[in-house]
Design a protein around this ligand. Structure first.
Ligand SMILES: [Ca+2]
Ligand SMILES: [Ca+2]
Ligand SMILES: [Ca+2]
Length: 524
């Protein structure tokens, strides 16, 4: 214990020399460079247009020149993860939040405006070689990989899959990402590919995930990488808006399963302000609160305490709807999601024959909320999508209302969350559907390929119905491990009661060669 405290002291004093600042005006750049040069302080721009800089050898004896509006110490951050290999059944959290009910509505990774569904993941690296993630990773089509040039001119060289904001390189998967596996696990919960016949399904089975690796590979994990990463996401969305969709990325959600324990907004004013900047370009952020069982209002937590209306804060519950020791507050924690015993993707090279594992923590609760927001975005009507572009403030508040007024309210969460409840994806969808039905003249009648196949109830424990518009010829049911558990003539009813609980893929074929796949969740 003593050794640990001692190390913390050395660490803290080493950190105290580093600060991030924001100038009153971007025009004050010359002034801050002159001041830094006089004091022999190394200075690095984070975002010149916002007057945001990183100062590397700042000394507490110096007084800030008048051009500095905000400043914050560089402080340590934590992956919001507690290992849990208790062996709970596969993906039990999915039926609880009723995500599978939405999957029949989502057919592609595009919105009704034909725009990609992009989510930024501020985390450690993401394993782009994982067969259950590979099809759901965002690719910067305007960037030629590894030629040492910034081909799309967005200010970031070779950012093909995203950005390493910890090291300022395009490497979004490194040895630290292999060691921790955190980013790969979070990505699986949010967006493992569904309907591909292997493994698991994310809450959003068809999305494009943009990894932003916020931890530096050398040195301590500080919030500088988070700030740089949020700036990257903002710039990509801004570029997309300005270029009319030809450059950048249409990020709609940013997931942040990372935070700073026992800290307050005054410790991180720049970090907090960035949520408003992201909101101004239509990005809704979702953050995991601390895994400490504390009242964050009095004990502190960042980013949970940031006051932005465009930030949703998520705590942890279990599949029995009991709260799990994590940060609580009826003012600052918006809702809970079942992040315990979550079965998800792991780094492929660590176990190629079965690259999945279980984890627990708020880290795995937040991506369930992010995935739900992406599903809502995918299904929402043209009027809503246009509102998100023209009036992001109203659009984001509307979506937050759908999310928070649809929760399953639970007495155990009444004193721990603002909404008194746990994520309920299907009801959130219904609220969106209601709004769109009332506000969009073509929502109900527009050409939107109706599914040829409906699998219900889903999740199921006994009889499952396969309803088809046109009589089908052949049905195959495949387990998450790729084994066929049923194959034969098309049936309209089928008994799932003999199967172990888990996620299955139902493949229905018609005599003309057409094929439809649905994900079926079997519960005990
Ligand atoms: Ca670039
Ligand atoms: Ca390049
Ligand atoms: Ca899969």
């Amino acid at each position: 214990m003593r050794l640990f405290l001692c190390l913390v002291c050395i660490w803290a004093s080493a950190l105290s020399a580093q600060v991030t600042i924001q100038l009153r005006s971007a025009q004050d750049a010359e002034q801050i460079y002159a001041w830094a040069s006089e004091k022999q302080i190394e200075i690095e721009p984070i975002c010149e247009e916002w007057g945001m800089y990183h100062l590397i050898q700042w000394n507490t004896q110096y007084e800030w020149p008048s051009c500095v509006a905000l400043w914050q110490w560089e402080r340590p951050i934590q992956r919001r993860y507690t290992p849990n290999d208790a062996g709970l059944s596969l993906q039990k959290y999915l039926p609880l939040i009723q995500a599978p009910n939405l999957w029949d509505y989502q057919r592609t990774h595009l919105t009704r405006r034909g725009t990609e569904l992009v989510v930024a993941l501020v985390d450690d690296g993401l394993d782009t070689s994982h067969p259950d993630l590979i099809d759901n990773i965002w690719v910067n089509a305007n960037e030629i990989p590894w030629n040492g040039m910034d081909d799309d001119g967005n200010g970031y060289t070779d950012d093909v899959f995203g950005w390493n904001s910890g090291d300022k390189t395009p490497v979004i998967f490194n040895s630290e990402s292999v060691y921790y596996e955190h980013g790969t696990m979070v990505a699986g919960v949010l967006g493992a590919r569904g309907d591909n016949g292997i493994g698991i399904s994310g809450v959003a089975p068809k999305v494009k995930m943009m990894p932003i690796l916020c931890y530096p590979s050398n040195g301590v994990d500080t919030d500088l990488g988070v700030i740089r990463g949020m700036v990257y996401a903002y710039r990509q969305k801004q570029l997309w808006l300005q270029s009319n969709g030809s450059k950048g990325a249409p990020i709609s959600v940013l997931n942040m399963s990372v935070g700073m324990d026992n800290a307050f907004p005054e410790d991180a004013p720049l970090w907090c302000a960035l949520f408003d900047s992201l909101g101004s370009v239509g990005i809704l952020s979702v953050a995991a609160t601390t895994n400490q069982n504390i009242d964050i209002g009095s004990s502190g937590d960042i980013p949970s305490l940031c006051s932005s209306p465009y930030l949703v804060v998520v705590s942890n519950s279990d599949v029995n709807d009991k709260p799990v020791g994590s940060g609580f507050s009826t003012e600052y924690v918006d809702l809970a999601a079942p992040g315990e015993g979550v079965h998800t993707t792991r780094v492929y090279s660590k176990n190629p024959s079965n690259p999945y594992k279980s984890g627990g923590g708020t880290s795995f609760a937040a991506p369930q909320v992010s995935g739900t927001l992406l599903l809502l975005h995918a299904e929402s009507c043209l009027t809503y999508l246009d509102l998100r572009k023209q009036d992001p403030d109203s659009a984001l508040k509307l979506m937050t209302t759908w999310l928070l007024s649809s929760v399953d309210t639970l007495s155990d969460l009444a004193t721990r969350t603002k909404s008194s409840g746990r994520l309920q994806a299907y009801r959130a969808y219904q609220l969106m559907h209601e709004w769109c039905s009332q506000n969009d003249p073509v929502y109900r009648t527009e050409e939107w390929n109706l599914p040829k196949l409906r699998v219900w109830p889903n999740p199921a424990s006994r009889t499952v119905h396969f309803d088809c518009d046109v009589p089908a010829s052949h049905v195959t049911v495949i387990s998450s491990m790729g084994q066929k558990v049923y194959e034969g003539q098309a049936v309209s009813e089928w008994d799932a009661g003999t199967l172990p609980a888990g996620v299955y893929h139902v493949v229905v074929e018609w005599s003309d060669g057409a094929r439809a796949t649905r994900t079926l969740v079997v519960q005990p």
